[in-house]
Design a protein around this ligand. Sequence first.
Ligand SMILES: Cc1cc2nc3c(=O)[nH]c(=O)nc-3n(C[C@H](O)[C@H](O)[C@H](O)COP(=O)(O)O)c2cc1C
Length: 258
Amino acid sequence: MNPVIDFLNSHASVRKFTKREITTEEERLICETGERSPTSSNLHAYSIVSVRDAEKKATLAGLCGGQSHVAESSLFLVFCADLYRLKRLNEKRGYPFNGEYTEMFIIATVDAALVASRALMAAQALGYGGVMVGGIRNKPDEAAALLELPELVYPVMGMSLGEPMSPPKIKPRLPLAGLCFSEKYQPEQIDTAVEEYDNTIERLGYLRGRESTPENYPEFNGRYSWSEHTARRMADTRPSVLRPHLREHLQKRGFMLK
Ligand SMILES: Cc1cc2nc3c(=O)[nH]c(=O)nc-3n(C[C@H](O)[C@H](O)[C@H](O)COP(=O)(O)O)c2cc1C
């Protein structure tokens, strides 16, 4: 149809890598392409910390909840929401700074996520693969200390990158009608789409053997597919899932005070 659309639609996360190294030129290309993302008011309210040091990657893997692909990646990028650079700029000019507003937190977080998304696409275009790592928010104090992040900077997500060990399996998505509405929000489209998605995920076996916290649902004998898996995910109150420490972490770093 269209090679760019085909490329975009070929996305799948990769968590197993060969030993092949991403070169420094390729790393630069990945970050430069990320930087082509739009940012709110062209503020560039994000930064990227790239990690290659094996020991540091191993520590980060632990901080991310023991995700081995972090340590095994050729390159681990940490995408941070960053208002520090802008604060410095205002201080130099003797202007007040309003980084504590929730709006500024959203701006910086969205900027970081947009850049991360494009950087992943750039890596994929170069024949590499990777996965975004929200696990970096499991232990954000420790991650911030390890990466020496200043105030007004927090890690939004990490990204493990490397050459895929094998071609990734493309995961089907919720039928479009369940999340793309014409002219107004149409909740009546949701149930059919979810039912269809449950059928697809079940047929393709994506969640086979991946039943979440079965010990909490000993009576369950219904169909285990996306909606059951997702409902359990949303009902889960474990700190590793809800990360209740984040509010304090963010406020400590100067975000979301107003
Ligand atoms: C912001 C963000 C954070 C994520 N964090 C993790 C993570 O910590 N560990 C992981 O294995 N996958 C993580 N993922 C990957 C998702 O699980 C994955 O994108 C989703 O299941 C869809 O699969 P696909 O990317 O292969 O299509 C993350 C994805 C996003 C967008």
